[in-house]
Design a protein around this ligand. Sequence first.
Ligand code: G6P
Length: 369
Amino acid sequence: EQAEKDGYEHYMLKEIHEQPRALRNTMTGRIDQGCQRILFPDLGLSTEGIKEIEKVYIVACGTAYHAGMIGKHVIESLAQIPVEVDVASEFRYRRPLFKGKSLTIVVSQSGETADTLAALREAKRHGSSILAITNVVGSSIAREADHLITTNAGPEIAVASTKAYTSQLIAFYLLGLYLAQEKETLPAQERQILISALQKLPDQVELVLANAEGIHSFAHSIKDEGHLFFIGRGLDYAVSLEGSLKLKEISYIHSEAYAAGELKHGTLALIQEGTRVIALSTQAELHEKMVSNITEVKARGANVLGIALEDNVELHRSVDDVCLIPSTESLLTPVLSVIPLQLISYYTSVALGNDVDRPRNLAKSVTVE
Ligand code: G6P
């Protein structure tokens, strides 16, 4: 087992560090030589078929569901198709209205999650075409889907998902760009800008990993907290949910992720002197709003760690600590902003002496409902 961990203390840390390679693998063969176009020759979606899609459903569980929340933003903004995203166990029983031509995207690292598989079958029964995003080529979900995007991230052993999540994000970017390219909803020049930013992400993840020393001491400083809050807006809210899940899974510290604008409708009552808050602010157009939300929690005594793009000087002044990530296109920031959150949960779990790779009560793949 030690050899398989490649010198890392835990699979989770190894898998966190494997992300640059995993992301490159997800992109391999799917971008043309000149970085102009997305290539999905084996996907089996024709241009005509793509133009006819009226609605997209995204269905998944756990971390894959959080990737789906980003996928919704990506597909809606690039391909201009309305998207609903659901937790698989809810989707099955809420009787979604399948009207017109729809595409149901099921996201699953293992390809074996019972609720996701059942949701796939339910969507199929209603005549929706199924596109699977999965890391396991021969899995049940891969086999039952009509269209398949493999993430090619390599085996993920730690229960807490890391490289599978970021490679699912890459799959969504590629898919969103592909749909937009075939539907002609995005000018070619904007597509190229996004493609070249996408290709820089693996190196940028490496940079975030190389500059992560500060996270160690931050993790130590939160290990004895009873609860913590993550706040963000838009894509940052979706990443906050993933950061909060990660922390709960392996450190067993209670945390909540909140859409920052909703704080004043309830959660603000929980903020007191010394409450720890992690605030994500990577979206330029939402930045001012985030600064005012940070000011709100600080006025109640919160201690705030900001996660922001390196050029966001204003945020530095409004938080207690800051963790900077390299600049990229707004749509792509989740791939970078989630890395410090993965490391925070990892180092907190280690500091508490928990079984990082096999947290209590959880399984890597849940094949029962
Ligand atoms: C389990 C794992 C989670 C994972 C979820 C969905 O609960 O502990 O880490 O996100 O299943 O798994 P899947 O294989 O479908 O992505």
